[in-house]
Every structure is written in C-alpha cells, then in structure tokens.
Write a new protein. Structure first.
Length: 281
C-alpha cells in the first residue's frame, strides 16, 4: 500500500522536520527539500523503516522508527544546542516541538466505561490531566490545594499603596488568594476560616490541608500539586476580567430560555370517525 501525505510545516522548518523524519526512520530526504539525489536514482535501501504508520485526514503518525539510536541522539543534541543559542521565542517553540518528536515516546490511552456518559467524563479527565502535565513540564509545579496562593500573601503585603483605590485593590487580591483553600475546606464541611489560618501560620511553605483525609500534610510529598503555569494564568486572567468589569458601565448577558414541558399525549381519539365504516358491511 502507498499513501501520500503533505510535508509538515513550511520554509526552513519543513526542511528540518523532513530531515528529522529521515534520521528517525533511517532514510534520506530527496528532491527539492533535501539531497541532490534524483527520484529515478532512489534505491530500496534509501527508504526508511517504521513499525507502524497511522494516517488520518489531519495527522500522520510514524511509530517505532528504524533509524540508528546514535544518529537520533546526535540530532537531538544538535537541536538542544540550537534552542540554547536562539533568541526567538517562535524558533525556540518549533525546535522544542522537533526535539519532543525525536526524543519522546508515544503513549496510546484506551478509555472505557459502562456508558457513553461515563466514557466522555473519563476522556475529559484524561484531557485535563494531559494539559496539566504539559503545563507542569513548561513551568514546574507548586503545592496544590490553594496553598501556593496563600504563600503569595507576604509578597502582597510588601506592596505600598499610593492611594486609597490601590489599597482597596490590594485588599481584594489578598481576599481572592484565600478563596480556593477556603472553598475546599468549606466543601469538606469544616470551619474554613480556621483551616486558612492554620495554613497561613505554617513554617513549611509546602504544608497545606489535605481535605480528603482532613489533616495537614506536606502537599508536594502527598502528591497534591498544581502546575505553576495554571496557578499563574488563573490569577492573571481573573485580574484581567475583574479590571475589565471595573471599567465597564454595564455587563450584557443572555437570559436563559426555559422550554415549556411537552403536553401529555391525548391519545388517538380523532380516529373515532372510522365508526362510519360500518355501512360497508
């Protein structure tokens, strides 16, 4: 079987990606994007080998490439050096994508459940976990359960407001930083104010409240963690939306429409007129 797929990327990134694929599979790139070797001169040994190919209308996945491990390692090291040398965020992102394709493995997750609703719920949870893992790889992790936000309070206290409006803004942010932990403790049926104060007074920056077991633990050691990027962007986005609402004179929303319940079926009484068919006897 033969399948043709469009080369990924464009420009220099396309050429480099094709070279990566050739090294990973043990083949060569020929034609306008690669070697001077002409199509009619290509031999069977010039083609690479892969254990599995999955092609869809949007993606092409090559698994278990037959390239030499030494060649792949050299290519990865070369890309890593290029990442350190470049100053462009765009180039750095593309180089990291290329390095991930060469150096990382591929996992196939099979999600099952007793019903379609359960399967969709599990799929959403797995997607959230994957996104959280990617965010953690980018910027690291912090203690979860709202503890990281509580640890930001001393930094907020060091800000000197220039006027009364700034003081109110600082107080709002300080209040907001305690809300996630407060809500967690409140959902557990405990005195949330006491829990928040306990976490504030901890000397260990990683210590927080484990709501499942209702005790204070080292959050990192217990595996209760959040990606730093998620915590940071949540705070930044919340501040952005709040500041936008403060400067807006009104907020417009749609009133939800309640569909009236369907009337109960009245039966097929209209067919009573068929009694006149008695005259056909």
């Amino acid at each position: 079987q033969v399948v043709a797929v469009k080369a990924p990327g464009f420009g220099d990134n396309r050429k480099n990606t094709l070279q990566d694929m050739a090294i990973a599979t043990g083949g060569i790139v020929f034609g306008t994007e690669g070697d001077t070797l002409k199509l009619e001169d290509v031999q069977i040994q010039d083609f690479g080998k892969v254990g599995e190919v999955v092609v869809t209308k949007d993606d092409c996945m090559l698994l278990k490439g037959g390239g030499g491990e030494t060649d792949v390692t050299k290519r990865v090291d070369m890309i890593r050096d290029q990442i350190e040398d470049t100053n462009s965020e765009y180039e750095k992102e593309k180089l990291q994508e290329r390095m991930a394709r060469l150096a990382s493995g591929v996992a196939l997750l099979k999600i099952g459940g007793a019903s379609e609703v359960e399967v969709n719920e599990k799929k959403d949870r797995v997607t959230d976990a994957l996104n959280a893992t990617r965010a953690a790889v980018e910027e690291g992790i912090v203690p979860g359960g709202g503890v990281a936000l509580i640890r930001c309070l001393p930094a907020i206290d060091q800000i000197a407001p220039e006027n009364e409006d700034q003081k109110k803004g600082i107080d709002i942010v300080k209040y907001a930083l305690t809300r996630p932990l407060y809500q967690i403790a409140d959902n557990a049926g405990l005195d949330a104010s006491v829990i928040v104060n306990q976490v504030k007074q901890c000397n260990n920056a990683n210590e927080g409240f484990d709501a499942a077991n209702e005790k204070m633990v080292d959050m990192i050691g217990a595996g209760i963690i959040d990606p730093a990027k998620v915590v940071r962007t949540a705070l930044t986005d919340a501040a952005g939306v709040a500041s936008l609402l403060c400067t807006a004179e009104c907020v417009i929303t749609e009133i939800p429409k309640e569909d009236p319940p369907m009337p109960a079926g009245g039966g097929m009484g209209g067919m009573g007129g068929m009694g006149g068919m008695g005259g056909m006897m």
